[in-house]
Design a protein around this ligand. Structure first.
Ligand code: AMP
Ligand code: MG
Length: 403
């Protein structure tokens, strides 16, 4: 049986090279950058005021205080978006607002609260406090110098990066193309949610949950019809799925029962099985294969197993497909509020709930059919075989705060 790390390495090794496409910056949220991006301009673009106030020459106001204010002649006004064509000469000042370009000749801004204008003499500004050179001035390039790297190829485009790239003037970006992933659920017991249940049937839940997970990592899920446990029907459904999609994710039918047709059906359509067992719990039966240069991920049918194996083995592949550098779930330290016991032979990725202080609890009873534990979880703790992780110990949690 393959170790989890080996299984992941083999999956990632088969992921095709990313293709890129151009999208608007607005549409780039959550996508993966195809190219390294350097800033074509300085940020701030020009020296400008951090305050509503007055542009001055610092030397004119070094000793200003309420008892002995400096008095400067008001030479003009620059709203944000305007430029002052003259120069601030000794003994003068210019009215500015936050973001107004600093006029030539000025080297500081006195904030409005430290000034006074006598209504009887509106052409004179009384300065009540000193301002040193550079005070309240946001200098050109102090945030980003022209040519600085703004983001690396393979980085996820976060809202913060979108703001930075917009400020640097990018209207469009090249990002990794989103893989279209077919979603098949096998099982003659499965009924579409919303339909009446007949005896022996259960509602199908994996495709919906997996589609949500896929969207969270930028893939395009294509939900395909339910597949009964019949070999010919399973082969046909797989063939159709591979014709329409870049990859196919199935659930169910990968164990050892005589109604588990997935592997056989896949081989019948010319697929090549790479591996179908991983030494992990949940998710020992996990099929990985290739067909027409496309990938098959055959997840176990039990919902917890399907979602955990997706997060650990499929999610990284879908991200790498788009060119992402970081493909694993973010790993954060946390402290166990209760012991985690794994008396078994296989490492167990337990579903946990980690709070904002890092305190970790089991998300509920751990069994691969218990959906309520899955719904309560926001992370996994990898508990080695034959191991108890004691309460109070610091462990690593693989987290999904959003996805
Ligand atoms: P299987 O992997 O096909 O042996 O299925 C294992 C268990 O998961 C069985 O109890 C199935 O009824 C259940 N199961 C399989 N597929 C799904 C699905 N798509 N939605 C909900 N439960 C499922
Ligand atoms: Mg089944």
């Amino acid at each position: 049986m393959l170790a989890f790390e080996e299984a992941l390495a083999r999956v990632l090794a088969e992921v095709p090279a990313p293709e890129s496409e151009s999208v608007s910056l607005r549409a780039a949220s959550g996508r993966i950058l195809a190219d390294q991006i350097r800033s074509p301009i300085d940020l701030p673009v020009f020296d400008n005021s951090a305050m509503d106030g007055y542009a001055v020459r610092a030397a004119d106001v070094t000793s200003a205080k309420p008892a002995s204010p400096a008095r400067l002649r008001l030479a003009g006004k620059v709203a944000a978006g305007e430029v002052f064509l003259g120069e601030v000469t000794p003994g003068t000042c210019v009215r500015l607002f936050t973001g107004s370009p600093l006029p030539a000749g000025a080297d500081a801004v006195v904030m409005q609260e430290d000034t006074h204008i006598n209504p009887a003499a509106p052409g004179e500004v009384v300065i009540l406090a000193p301002a040193g050179p550079g005070e309240n001035v946001r200098t050109r390039g102090e945030d980003v110098k022209q040519g600085t790297i703004l983001a690396e190829a393979g980085a996820a485009i976060t809202p913060g990066r979108i703001g930075l790239l917009a400020a640097a003037g990018f209207g469009r970006l090249r990002v990794g193309r989103r893989p279209v992933v077919g979603l098949l659920a096998t099982g003659s017991e499965l009924t579409e949610p919303g339909q009446p249940l007949v005896p022996g049937q259960i509602y199908e839940s994996n495709r919906t949950a997996l589609a949500a997970l896929m969207e969270g990592v930028g893939a395009v899920p294509k939900t395909l019809p339910l597949v009964a446990d019949v070999l010919a029907g399973t082969s046909q459904a797989l063939a159709d799925a591979f014709n329409q999609c870049d990859a196919v994710v199935t659930s169910g039918g990968v164990s050892v029962g005589e109604m588990d047709f997935l592997k056989l059906a896949f081989e019948q359509i010319g697929g090549r099985l790479e591996f179908w067992k991983v030494a992990m719990k949940p998710g020992r039966p996990f099929v990985f294969g290739r067909c027409q240069g496309k990938l098959l991920f055959g997840l176990p049918g039990n919902p917890v197993s399907a979602l955990v194996t997706f997060r650990l083995l499929v999610r990284p592949a879908l991200l790498r497909w788009q060119g992402a550098t970081d493909v694993s779930l973010p790993a954060h330290p946390g402290v166990l509020a209760e012991p985690l016991l794994n008396p078994g032979e296989r490492r167990h990725f337990m579903s946990v709930k980690v709070d904002s202080t890092g305190k970790i609890q089991l998300a509920g009873r751990q069994a691969s059919h218990l959906l309520s534990s899955l719904a309560a979880a926001n992370g996994l703790v990898d508990v080695p075989a034959h191991t108890t992780l004691a309460a109070g110990s610091t462990v690593t949690v693989l987290r999904w705060d959003c996805y």
